[in-house]
Design a protein around this ligand. Structure first.
Ligand SMILES: Cc1ncc(COP(=O)(O)O)c(C=O)c1O
Length: 418
């Protein structure tokens, strides 16, 4: 597939343009220029509900400053600043194994955990390990663009299976698997986000979790379980992971400290049998996990993780409720224009389905004029459909701002009749 370079930046000299044009045919087939993630408004919008960034106020900066200082002045200081184990600092992997045991009763050892540069990196490495160009990968519709991007980059054939408010529709998944097998193009990988789905906010029901695992056994595909938000549960009871329900090796699980500690540390962790991790590790061509950030995170996990998660749950529950309050107030007396949404039991996102008489492009414009930014639904469907959806992230704004932002979104929608 030919690659297309973006138009050179303004001010690029003719010589530089020639050089760029000469480079164009040299790019590999897996380096297409994919479009960047679309946000409405600007990421500097007054009411930025675009990215799933953690709450900036709750970042444990003082504590991290103390940990960094203690670490650098300790005997471990020099080691922290040298090359280390590519699979990640053993102490971090041990701390994560303990956390998984405490929080999820999951029995994994340190050598069944691989540290990656954020879960995005984990999703990419797993996709690279299983998908050749043209292979079939199944994703949920909608799904997280960070899971879609590596599959697109690898030129997978991406098939979508719809969600409802119980998570992925397993009947549709089974139908799809059968059709693919009959056509001689069986699916190799199924990418799923079972907890507080990004963007849909739904949880995968327990009976469906079990069914997904059964289908993986029957049709022989690998499940890539993405659990970025599972610890942030405000209401309801946690359900077992697909990882814990399946025979060893069937599920590879990717999780992250981005939403719990700090996205800027870029620490994700992939859980799988060590034989699988050895293959994934050989595809991690980033020079290995950072011995420095890994040690910082290990110390923080031991000292503060559980308490901090409880604190975050209170914060994000309040934010979710504030955003919904703002929307409800904004639509009072105008139920006909009110979008449909599922109230998530946790996580960061509210997923609105606009009524058919509302024009999504106008909503984006009206919202932008009011200083509101969000991600339009089309970013979450592999075929670019989904324009009737809007994803709002409540994670970054304060509660008063979320009430105001909910009201402004309602105003934008009400002014966007077709
Ligand atoms: C569902 C999901 N998976 C994975 C990630 C990746 O997070 P990170 O690469 O920061 O670990 C995110 C972040 O937005 C996410 O929402």
């Amino acid at each position: 597939m030919p690659t297309t370079l973006e138009r050179p930046a303004a001010g690029t000299t003719p010589a530089a343009e020639d050089a760029l044009a000469a480079l164009d045919p040299l790019f590999s087939r897996i380096a297409p220029a994919l479009p960047p993630v679309q946000f409405t408004g600007s990421t500097a919008a007054r009411y930025n509900m675009g990215a799933g960034q953690p709450d900036p106020v709750s970042l444990p900066r003082d504590e991290l400053a103390r940990i960094v200082s203690d670490l650098l002045h300790s005997d471990e200081g020099p080691t922290a600043l040298m090359y280390g184990d590519a699979a990640g600092f053993l102490g971090l992997r041990e701390a994560l194994a303990k956390k998984l045991k405490r929080g999820e009763h999951l029995d994994v050892s340190a050598d069944e955990i691989l540290i990656v540069n954020g879960s995005n990196h984990g999703l990419a490495v797993v996709s690279m390990a299983f998908v050749n160009p043209g292979d079939v990968a199944i994703v949920e519709a909608p799904t997280f663009m960070g899971g879609l991007r590596p599959l697109r980059q690898l030129q997978a054939r991406i098939e979508m299976v719809p969600l409802d408010d119980q998570g992925v529709r397993v009947d549709a998944l089974e139908g799809q698997l059968r059709a693919l097998r009959s056509a001689g193009t069986p699916a190799k990988l199924f990418y799923t986000i079972p907890n507080f789905h990004n963007p849909a906010g739904v949880d995968l029901a327990l009976d469906r979790r079990k069914r997904v695992v059964e289908l993986a056994e029957e049709f022989n595909f690998v499940i890539l379980e993405d659990d970025a938000y599972g610890e942030l549960r405000f209401t309801g009871t946690a359900m077992p992971s697909l990882y814990s329900l399946a025979p060893k090796g069937r599920v590879i699980r990717s999780a992250t400290l981005s939403k719990i500690l700090a996205a800027g540390l870029r620490i994700g962790y992939v859980t799988a049998p060590k034989e699988v991790l050895a293959r994934l590790n050989s595809l991690k061509l980033d020079g290995g996990a950072s011995p420095f950030t890994n040690r910082v995170a290990a110390r923080w996990l031991e000292a503060s993780h559980d308490r901090h998660v409880r604190h975050l749950i209170d914060i994000y529950r309040g934010k979710r409720d504030a955003l919904i309050r703002g929307l409800e107030q904004g639509f009072a007396g105008q139920e006909d224009l009110k979008p449909a949404w599922h109230v998530p039991d946790g996580g960061f996102f509210l997923w609105l389905k606009l009524p058919p008489n509302v024009d999504p492009a106008k909503v984006a414009m009206e919202a932008g004029e009011r200083g509101v930014g969000y991600v339009p639904g089309t970013a979450f469907f592999s075929d670019g459909s989904g324009s009737e959806y809007v994803r709002l992230a409540w994670s970054m704004l304060s509660e008063p701002d979320l009430v105001a932002a909910g009201g402004l979104v309602a105003e934008a929608i009400k002014r966007s009749l077709r």
